[in-house]
Ligand binder design. Structure first.
Ligand code: AKG
Ligand code: FE2
Length: 350
């Protein structure tokens, strides 16, 4: 079976598309990182709107989640059973990683054809300005890179990240089952779910360093995630915004202990466009370093994604009876997205 890592290998980058700025050494935002339109970033923020919050213990959770996926493409999740001390440990390890000196972090630099390790956001080549961001991508055990970073102190980092990925995968499987209850499907169509080796996942650690001029910088440019769904833990510093059709950018307020769940392109395809693959970005809102950790959950890379639960009959409910997207393997879609970013969905539209 090919892996997500291999799916990225066909799209090598140049070093200037991988090495982040040494943020500690700059006193002003360099021209390469000034976003012309970012003066307006704050003003179109709808403070009175907020995304739904769903309690995983709510007896109506499947319906509530389905509705949130249809109307927002994102929600905050409480009572998710991820221990608070694990979230705190993850945050501690992220801080330990990103506070290393720049030359040390470069020892874990992502390779030009690789997917894992330290570097700038993968979406960077699509924008003519750089982002105020550095990231570290993990798929499975991060031990090889962690040994480069801390020759004598890598074990704790590895244990915490592996434990977190395991718990995230369980939670993601639970959520997908609940979400798919909203689409009528045959057993055959869902049997891949939760089966051993049935998924490919990645953990993305994000750091948005303290910025000398936050209003002129962009944390992470607007994008949708490729995943089926993404589970995000954000620190107490705000900055994440989602785009709500008809309103504009809406801030996702950090809520203590809650996780942010957002739909990605693959679930948008599976649901025949019913669930929103939500456009989101990170702005530099507070004069403090912000951290987040995103867990991306996808089916295995040779799995073919196509609209599910379409009935061939002539029922009254005509929602999505006609497939809007062609079948595409996860590996192929990762490739299309790597080359086309926001045009990727339209390229597989029938
Ligand atoms: O930092 C955040 O809040 C969002 C991160 C994100 O969108 C991503 O890693 O894809
Ligand atoms: Fe994202």
């Amino acid at each position: 079976m090919s892996t997500l890592s291999e799916a990225y290998r066909d799209h090598p980058l140049h070093l200037h598309q991988i090495i982040p700025l040494d943020f500690d050494s700059v006193r002003a935002v360099p021209d390469s990182h000034v976003w012309p339109e970012s003066g307006e970033l704050e003003s179109n923020d709808h403070h009175w709107l907020s995304i739904p919050t769903i309690d995983l213990n709510d007896p109506d959770r499947a319906k509530l989640i389905g509705h949130a996926c249809e109307t927002w493409g994102v929600f905050q999740l409480t009572n998710h059973n991820i221990p608070l001390n694990l979230l705190n440990e993850v945050e501690f390890e992220i801080k330990r990683l990103f506070s290393l000196p720049a030359r040390q972090k470069l020892k874990a630099l992502r390779s030009p054809g690789g997917a894992i390790g330290y570097g700038i956001a993968r979406i960077s080549p699509f924008f003519n300005k750089y982002m105020w961001h550095e990231g570290f991508t993990i798929m499975g055990s991060p031990v090889d890179h962690a040994m480069q970073l801390w020759p004598n102190g890598y074990q704790r980092f590895c244990d915490v990240m592996e434990d977190y990925q395991k718990k995230m995968e369980e939670l993601a499987t639970t959520l997908i089952h609940l979400i798919l209850q909203n689409i009528s499907m045959s057993e055959e169509e869902t049997k891949w779910l939760g089966s051993p080796g049935g998924s490919s996942t990645a953990l993305q650690l994000n750091s948005y360093p303290n910025c000398p001029d936050p209003h002129r910088a962009m944390g992470l440019a607007p994008h949708t995630d490729t995943s089926l769904l993404t589970i995000l833990h954000q620190s107490t510093i705000s900055g994440l915004q989602i785009f709500k059709e008809g309103f504009g950018w809406v801030l996702v307020y950090p809520t203590n202990g809650a996780l942010v769940v957002n739909i990605g392109d693959l679930l948008h395809i599976l649901s025949n466009g019913r669930f929103i693959s939500v456009l989101h970005r990170v702005i530099m809102k507070e004069p403090k370093q912000r951290f987040s950790v995103a867990f991306f959950y996808c089916p295995r890379t040779d799995f073919h994604v196509f609209p599910l639960g379409l009935s061939s009959g002539d029922e009254d409910d005509d929602h999505g009876q006609v497939p809007l997207y062609r079948s595409v393997s996860v590996a192929e879609y990762v490739g299309i997205k790597s080359k086309n970013l926001d045009k990727a969905l339209s390229l597989i539209r029938i």
